[in-house]
Each structure stands twice: as C-alpha cells, then as structure tokens.
Write a protein that binds this ligand. Structure first.
Ligand code: HEM
Ligand SMILES: *[C@@H]1O[C@H](CO)[C@@H](O)[C@H](O)[C@H]1NC(C)=O
Ligand SMILES: *[C@@H]1O[C@H](CO)[C@@H](O)[C@H](O)[C@H]1NC(C)=O
Length: 538
C-alpha cells in the first residue's frame, strides 16, 4: 500500500497542477488506453469456439476497416493464411465474416433466401441512385422478374445488332478525340475508356436517342449520380451533404429524361428496336401489370451504373495490360489478319467467335482484376457452416470474395502472371477446369455438364464451387456477362486495329489498384504511349 502511495502521490500531484485542457486530454487518453486494453483482452480471453476466429485488432469499431479498405485482396490473403478460409473482421463496427474459396463462394452466393439477403446491405446506397421500386428497393421476387426482362432482351440477335454499333462508337471516339490526334502520343487511359464504355453501352442498351444525350446533359448528371456510390455513403447516405444533394437532383433529372424518352418513343409508334429500354416498354409482370415508366427509367439507371463501372474498369485494365505486353497486342492484330482476312472487314458478332485470343484477353483480365472484390449479404437466420462447428449469427454480415480463388496457385498455376493463353486447353498454365474442357475458350458456354437451377431469371449453374466467378453466382448472378463480353471484345478488337500501345518507359510493369471506390480500378494517372497503326486513322 505504502509503495502504491509512493508512486501515486506524485502522479496525482502532477495531474492537479495541469491546466483544465491538459487534464481533459490526459483523461481522454487514459480512457482510450483502457478501451484498447479491454478490446484486446476481450479478443484474447473470450474466444467463442462456435464462431469463426476474429482478426486481431487494436481498436473497437474501427477494427480492421483501414487494413481491409486499403487493399482488400491482400487483407483476405494474409488473414486466410493466419485464420483459415472462414474468419471474421470488424468493418465499421460490424462483425463481417469472410468465407473464401469455392466452398465459401457456394455457402454465401448460393445461400437460401431465408438465410441471406443482399437488399438489406445494398439498398441504402443504391436506392437514392437508381430510384424507387427496382433492384434492391423491392422484394427479391420482383428483382428476379426485372432481371428476367433484361436477360431475355440480351439475345444473340440483339448482340448481332450491337457489334456494329459498338465498333462505330469506338472508331468515331478515337477519330474525334483531341487526345488521339496525330501519329503518336501519351494519354492517361482510364478516363478515355470510361467514356468509350458509356457511349457504347448507352447506345447498344438504351438506344440512339439516349446515347446522343451523353454528349450533353447526361454525362454530368451521371457523374453526380456516381458520387452517391461512394463507400462512406454506407453510413452517410441520408446526410444532406453537397454530394448527396447533387445525387438526388441528378436522380430526379435523369429519371425524367428517360421517362420523356419512353413517352416520345411510344408516341412515335417505333417498331423493331433491339435495345433493352424498348423491350421493357413492352413487358408485363407475371400478374399482368405493365412495367411502369418510372420503373423502366430506374432500371435504365441501374443498368448503366452496374455495368458501366465494371466494364469501364475492365476495359482500362485490358488496355494497360496490353501496353505492358506489346507482343500480345501484336498477336491480337495478327489473329484478326489470319482469321478474318488481311483487309480486316467490318467486325460482326460471328467474327468475334473466330478470335480466341481476343476472347481470352477478357477472361484473363477479369481473373486478376475483377472489379467487384467483396460481395456482401445480411444474415437473416443463424447459419451453420457445413463441416465446421461454426454457426454464423444474425448480427454478422457475410462477405464472399471470389477473387481470392481466382489468384490461388492451387487452381491457377503462376497465378500472378497475366497470361491470356492459359485459357487454351493445351497451355502449360491452363487451370484444371480448362484442361478438363469444362471452361475456357472453345468450351461449351452453357452446357458445361453442371446441374442448372432457375431463380426466376433463367438457368444458371447450381453450384458456385468454381474458383473463377467474376460475375458472381446464384440468385444475384450477373445478367450482363454476355453483353460485357461482346462489348469488351469489340472494343479490344477495334482498338487493336487502330493502335499499338506500350508503357511510357517501355517496361512490362502494370499500375496498382485503386480500392477507394466501390468498384476497384487502376490507380491514376495511368499513362500509356500510343501509336497509330496506319495512316488511315491519323
Ligand atoms: C465486366 C463486367 C461485369 C462484371 C465483372 C460484373 C460483375 C457482377 C457481379 C459479381 C455481380 C453479383 C453481385 C452480387 O452478388 O451481389 C453482378 C450482378 C449484376 N450485374 Fe454485373 N458485371 C458486369 C457487367 C454488367 C453489365 C454490362 C450489366 C448490364 C447489362 C450488369 C448487370 C448486373 C445485374 C442486373 C446484376 C444483378 C444484381 C442482383 O441480382 O443483385 N453487369 N455483376
Ligand atoms: C404486380 O407485380 C408487380 C411486381 O411484383 C408489383 O409491383 C405490382 O404492384 C403488382 N400489381 C398488382 C395489381 O398486384
Ligand atoms: C410487344 O410487342 C409486340 C409487337 O409490337 C406485340 O405483338 C406484343 O403483344 C407486345 N407484348 C406486350 C407484352 O405488350
């Protein structure tokens, strides 16, 4: 006792001599230290054997938010090594359970509707951007019907009509852009690819009338909508902040532009168009109700927001990868000369099928640069994890990260190597699924021998046990996969006809990834050196 007093007395005396501000600072500091100590003790002493291990963290609430946010794939990889395929981390105060690998993908993405729920997580972000009554602002059964409307419009006939539209947009973009004047130059590529993506997607999916509006008002409005799609809005979606006010104004304005366009097209009595908007104007729910105009408008926004970011990021990565491997860009050009003819006739849907390397470029880029690194679900009922003693409680969020298995050496030899030819059966780097002929270029796309299931929007593979799922799986699986492939393959094929790319320093390096936005993309600036292939394009 005497000893303690000897220690404490000078401390108390010193404390009383401090000014008020310093006293408060010391008290707050002491409180923080106590919180950290309690948080650490809690982790060390109270491990629940029926829940996945928790990633060690110093601070409550903040938890692992920062290390996760800076580089999610690295975070998954490092913690998987420490804790196994299934572990929990604290993301902004929320217990978030990651389950990686094919089993984890299947557990989360094929979860039953009474167990897992996407809309609970996404709606705060998406509803103010898309608008009411669509996607995550309606029961899942209604989303399934909406996805079906969109999917049945994405037919081979529609794709056949899209390829010339997309090719023309690409050529006309490069011809009129001041950044591509002359014989050669250097350009920060991602903003250019974002523009090419929006011009091509809006023209193909939403018709020429909407496409033309992207030269004027729509580009800025979509930019404002985009600002609503930032990760901080998971918490601040409701706040009257400047970017949220612009988001709300843009949502109303864009929805009105679509509704006016729908009305005009209907009054004109237009027939025979192939775009999705036109198809939706002529669709009815199962109960016989026609899809209301405001829902069509909101689905149009959702389509461009969902597809645009993923496709734009992917097209940037493709071009940056090609700049790092001019030999492959050359091989792509040669493939077109060999398989389509030296005169390089206008590109068609059929000609894309004759360009296996061109197809492999998209596949391999999505393997290493899938734009969606984290897929989240709310847990609605306690979920036992098969083969373990874990039960995931309802206060957890589940997180699937299919990108982890896509870069796992167990499935993909030399996983960090970007090598499009690994998608050919005979490649020494081909993954097992490709060697067995179940996936890859030339493998049957639909009939891969796997069991199929219909969640309401058409047949998809029943299992999600593939190590390669850049388009997700299960009831929320992407409906845009084939469109994205047609769009990206056409953009690549046309760009290769016009240009040679290389890195500014001539190296094989690639730039790092920006994880700050919802969809991962290349860090900027990402400059490349371009050179026109032919006088024709100058
Ligand atoms: C490279 C391009 C793309 C990639 C990598 C991609 C990826 C994905 C992924 C991973 C999901 C599942 C999300 C989840 O389970 O929470 C998804 C869903 C979806 N995607 Fe895509 N996507 C792409 C392009 C597109 C395009 C072009 C469209 C539209 C034409 C589109 C429309 C959708 C829709 C409607 C959903 C369904 C959302 C749901 O049911 O909850 N995507 N996409
Ligand atoms: C018909 O179904 C749609 C989609 O679920 C729903 O929005 C609409 O209110 C329903 N209409 C009637 C009359 O029940
Ligand atoms: C869609 O349009 C076609 C031809 O214009 C018409 O025959 C058909 O009845 C329409 N379907 C619906 C659901 O309105």
């Amino acid at each position: 006792m005497g000893l303690l007093q000897d220690f404490a007395a000078p401390l108390v005396e010193g404390f009383s001599q401090l000014g008020l501000a310093s006293q408060i600072a010391v008290a707050v500091g002491g409180f923080l230290v106590l919180t950290v100590v309690l948080n650490v003790l809690n982790q060390v002493l109270f491990k629940n054997p029926n829940e996945p291990p928790v990633v060690f963290h110093w601070f409550p609430i903040i938890g692992s938010t920062i290390t996760y946010g800076m580089d999610p794939p690295r975070f998954f990889k490092e913690n998987r090594e420490k804790y196994g395929d299934c572990f929990t981390f604290i993301l902004l105060g929320k217990k978030t359970t990651v389950y990686v690998g094919p089993k984890g993908n299947d557990f989360i993405l094929n979860g039953k509707i009474r167990d897992v729920c996407a809309e609970d997580i996404y709606t705060v972000l998406t509803t103010p951007v898309f608008g009411k009554d669509v996607v995550y602002d309606c029961p899942n059964s209604k989303l399934m019907e909406q996805k079906k409307f969109m999917k049945v419009a994405l037919t081979t006939d529609a794709f056949r009509s899209y390829v010339p539209i997309i090719s023309d947009e690409v050529v006309s973009y490069f011809k009129r852009s001041p950044d591509f004047k002359g014989k050669s130059g250097i350009v920060n590529l991602p903003p250019k690819m974002a523009q090419i993506t929006i011009f091509t997607a809006s023209h193909a999916l939403q018709g020429k009338e909407i496409r033309d509006k992207f030269d004027e008002s729509l580009a800025d409005l979509y930019h404002d909508l985009d600002m609503g799609f930032t990760p901080v809005n998971f918490m601040l979606h409701w706040a009257p902040l400047p970017w949220n006010k612009r988001r709300d104004h843009a949502q109303r304005t864009v929805a009105k532009i679509y509704m006016d366009t729908i009305k005009a097209r209907r009054e004109r009595g237009e027939t025979g168009a192939q775009d999705i908007m036109y198809h939706l104007m002529n669709s009815s729910y199962k109960n016989g109700t026609k899809v209301p105009d405001h829902e069509i408008a909101h689905m149009m926004i959702a389509l461009l927001m969902a597809g645009q970011h993923s496709s734009s990021s992917t097209s940037s990565w493709i071009m940056l990868r090609l700049a790092s491997r001019p030999d492959i860009m050359e091989a792509l050009y040669q493939e077109q000369v060999d398989n389509l003819g030296a005169d390089l006739p206008p590109l068609t849907y059929e000609s894309l099928q004759k360009l296996p390397l061109n197809q492999a470029i998209v596949k391999e880029t999505l393997r290493l640069h899938a734009p969606i690194h984290s897929i989240m679900r709310a847990v609605k009922q306690p979920m036992p994890v098969p083969g373990t003693k874990f039960v995931i409680p309802t206060n957890h969020v589940l997180l699937a990260a299919p990108g982890v298995s896509a870069s796992d050496p167990q499935y993909f030899p030399e996983p960090d190597l970007w090598e499009p030819r690994r998608w050919f059966k005979e490649s020494p780097l081909a993954p097992t699924i490709v060697r067995e002929g179940k996936a890859g270029i030339g493998a049957p796309e639909e009939d891969d021998g796997e069991e199929k299931i219909d969640y309401g929007y058409g047949l998809v593979s029943k299992g999600a046990a593939s190590p390669y799922l850049p388009f997700g799986a299960g009831r929320h699986r992407c409906i845009g996969e084939y469109f994205a492939n047609v769009q990206l393959q056409t953009i690549v094929a046309m760009t290769v006809r016009m240009f040679k790319f290389k890195n500014v320093d001539g190296s094989n390096n690639v730039i790092g990834t920006d994880y700050a936005s919802l969809f991962s993309r290349p860090l900027e600036p990402a400059p490349i050196y371009w050179e026109k292939r032919d006088k024709e394009w100058e």
